[in-house]
Design a protein around this ligand. Structure first.
Ligand code: CAA
Length: 697
């Protein structure tokens, strides 16, 4: 018998076992049709005397990955998820959830309301709502601690941590791991449940497990440290604490109310915006969904310096074979030692085994020549930031690689067109702008040149994903998006010092806003010599005031290179703990005096606005020029790469919350105060403000 309830849920009888199959691509989200289908499936199961157990299973790549995010913020059609889950919980006969892929959020809540749970060995289970600024609203935060205890539940709910099937079996979240085929294993499991009396086991009836009451205070402190500024993790602790001391039905109502309240909070709106923007960023203009990326198995990295090493490590970590090309055995040896050191640290931390280290290093080949590169599918140049050096490498790669191999440049500031034009095959050239340390930083700005073919763009996107990165496609522009915007913030931070602010004040304001580190503490970490070199590289393109604003050079001259010399903008003790340093203040004061600038009192508001609005104005220029395709791409770049607080949604989303008319008025104010060349509103801001619109409409 096959009975179609709504389109997405079908029922099949197999002897005395009813199988409800959910098929709602791509991720079996709990859309309205799935909710009503599940509710009707339980009713059909109860009415069918021949059915003694029911299995819930999903078609496609995954078990239900949660509520349908596209329905958020719209009026919800009944039945709501809580109602469906209550219906599953009340069922008088046993229901078994058979999970594969990622059983997340509402999907796991459905499973928790079943009598039994079985998982495929590769399944991942989690309640990731907190990452969307919300919390489970259909009993997940009440059932989970009853099943696995308060402590384990706190890390899953408060941090959104996913667990493997193995961990889930160990902590009691699942009753069995499938052996071989999930459906078959679930049928065998259901048969055993029937043979043992078809017992119903409601998680909601389980007694509250004993727990240390101190666990909540420690969880609050840990969450505050790990997720500063985020509201939902703290509320998660409140919720689990409440769940451990309240009757189930009362706790259910309070859980739902909390979830509803968070759903309309600005943080949740911002985080949901980013969830969509991250996925949108993978859709590239001019590259249709059916364009297949080329196969990449072996990659050559030219240049064994810091960037080349990081990129090579990242490629090795993703299972690729790597040929590292350098000028001397010495530089190659140093690179290999540095990569091995990174792995040694992983070994010490226990995140890798000795066998894994050996296997990864075994895929690395070092060479001083461009010979034998015909099996290389893609080459990444990470040599000195000098056009003629890069052009020479591209030409050598042209000669050494197969005609269909892709050449990628890791340039940060050079013109992508000039680099592509140095190749005989410019259609096979593109950029991948990694950030240091390349094996750690998530963001990769993929750069399209005017003649890069769609499959080249699809390939670098797929490669970055394979490396576990967040790729965002950008276009021709000096410094691309992230560094171009950052340079405006750096400029303002320096001008603010000239005008009378202190490094401590600027850092306090920007870290108070939510950046993990202020610009001056960051400069001390990176090294003042690096900052001075970056400044020297841009000097010819700087304004007169920027050229004269050489506090960085003065610090270098005073031997204050940052943390590594024990002093920069701050002084550092032997444990690299910073303190304010009157000597740095004197250097800045001497600079002001020489420049004839009288220090004035600068408000925190002015610091924040000048630093942020300079970036937002630059972003508007980038958008206007088409060097970024969408405001969402810029939000993803800044939240995934440069520490813009994700609960504020990224600089563009934040600008819309402030309102572009307000931003424009502030830009006008700072044009008068600092100079029109720095703060003249971008044409796009002028236009959108005049239309009463934001970047997002
Ligand atoms: N609702 C609607 N669409 C969803 C979705 C969801 N919960 N989860 C993923 N999708 C969509 C994505 O937007 C994407 O759509 P496009 O192809 O149009 O871009 C598509 O499914 C595939 O997603 P990914 O590109 O992310 O695919 P992936 O294989 O890399 O990852 C995933 C799959 C692990 C499920 C990941 O998408 C994910 O983590 N999704 C979010 C899960 C989640 O947060 N669930 C909790 C929701 S809240 C809840 O359930 C509780 C409640 O009621 C309040």
């Amino acid at each position: 018998m096959t009975q179609r309830i709504p389109r997405t849920v079908s029922l099949d009888m197999h002897g005395d076992i009813l199988v409800a199959t959910i098929d709602n691509p791509p991720v079996n989200a709990l859309s309205h049709s799935v909710r009503s289908g599940l509710r009707d499936a339980v009713a059909a199961f109860e009415e069918n005397d021949a059915a003694r157990a029911m299995i819930i299973v999903c078609a496609g790549r995954t078990f239900m990955a949660g509520a349908d995010i596209r329905e958020f913020g719209k009026p919800m059609n009944e039945p709501l998820l809580g109602e469906v889950i209550a219906r599953l919980d009340r069922c008088g006969k046993p229901i078994i959830a058979a999970m594969h892929g990622t059983a997340l959020g509402g999907g796991l809540e459905v499973a928790l309301a079943c009598s039994y749970r079985i998982a495929a060995p590769s399944a991942k289970l989690g309640l990731p709502e907190v990452k969307l600024g919300i919390l489970p609203g259909a009993g997940g935060s009440l059932r989970l601690p009853r099943l696995i205890g308060a402590e384990a539940a706190l890390s899953m709910i408060g941090e959104g941590r996913q667990v493997s099937a193995e961990e889930a079996l160990a902590n009691g979240l699942v009753d069995a791991i499938a052996e071989g085929d999930l459906h078959r294993s679930a049928m065998i499991f259901a048969r055993r449940v029937i043979e043992e009396g078809a017992r119903v086991r409601r998680v909601s009836d389980l007694p509250i497990p004993p727990h240390d009451p101190g666990v909540f205070a420690s969880a609050r402190a840990a969450m505050a440290k790990k997720f500063p500024g985020f509201a939902a993790p703290q509320r998660a602790v409140d919720l689990v604490e409440m769940a451990m001391s309240s009757p189930f039905s009362e706790a259910c109502d309070r859980e739902y109310a909390t979830c509803k309240e968070l759903l309309s909070s600005p943080q949740s709106r911002a985080l949901r915006h980013l969830f969509a923007a991250e996925r949108e960023a993978l859709k590239i203009d001019g590259v249709s969904a059916d364009v297949r990326p080329r196969d990449v198995r072996k990659v050559a990295v030219v240049g064994p310096g810091t960037m080349g090493r990081g990129i090579a490590t990242s490629l090795l970590n993703a299972g690729l074979a790597v040929v590292l090309i350098g000028l001397s055995d010495e530089s190659l040896g140093k690179a290999k030692a540095a990569i091995a050191k990174t792995y040694e640290n992983s070994l010490k931390r226990g995140s890798m085994t000795a066998g894994e280290v050996e296997e990864r290093l075994g895929r690395l080949t070092l060479t001083r020549t461009y010979d034998n590169l015909l099996d290389v599918d893609l080459a990444i140049e990470a040599v000195t930031e000098d056009l003629s050096v890069k052009a020479d490498v591209v030409r050598r790669l042209d000669d050494a690689l197969r005609d269909d191999a892709i050449v990628v440049t890791n340039t940060s500031f050079l013109d992508i067109e000039e680099i592509a034009n140095s190749s005989r095959r410019p259609h096979n050239v593109a950029g991948m702008h990694f950030f240091n340390p390349a094996h750690v930083m998530k963001l990769v700005e993929n750069v399209r040149a005017s003649r890069s073919t769609p499959d080249v763009l699809a390939t670098i996107t797929a490669l970055a994903r394979k490396l576990g990165k967040t790729p965002v496609m950008v276009g021709r522009s000096e410094g691309f998006v992230a560094n171009r915007m950052l340079s405006k913030r750096t400029r303002e931070a320096q001008f603010l010092l000239e005008d009378g602010a202190t490094p401590g004040q600027v850092d306090r304001v920007l870290s108070g806003f939510g950046f993990p580190i202020g610009p001056f503490a960051l400069a001390d970490l990176a090294g003042m010599d690096i900052m001075a070199a970056a400044r020297a590289a841009r000097l010819s393109r700087m304004s007169e005031r920027e050229k004269a604003c050489n506090i960085v050079d003065r610090l270098v001259a005073a031997g204050r290179l940052g943390q590594k010399t024990g002093a920069g903008y701050y002084r550092y003790d032997e444990n690299r703990r910073p303190s304010l340093d009157p000597e740095a203040d004197s250097i800045i004061a001497a600079h002001r005096q020489e420049r004839g600038i009288a220090a004035r009192e600068i408000s925190d508001g002015e610091i924040l606005e000048r630093c942020l609005y300079a970036m937002i104005n630059e972003a508007a220029k980038i958008l206007g020029e088409g060097a970024a395709a969408r405001p969402g791409d810029i939000d993803v770049i800044w939240t995934s790469g440069f520490g813009f607080p994700s609960y504020l949604g990224g600089p563009m989303f934040y600008a819309d919350q402030i309102g572009l008319r307000n931003i424009k008025a502030a830009l006008e104010r700072y044009s008068a105060l600092v100079g029109r060349e720095y703060f003249q509103p971008a044409p796009l801001i002028e236009q959108l403000a005049a239309e009463g619109k934001g970047f997002y409409g």
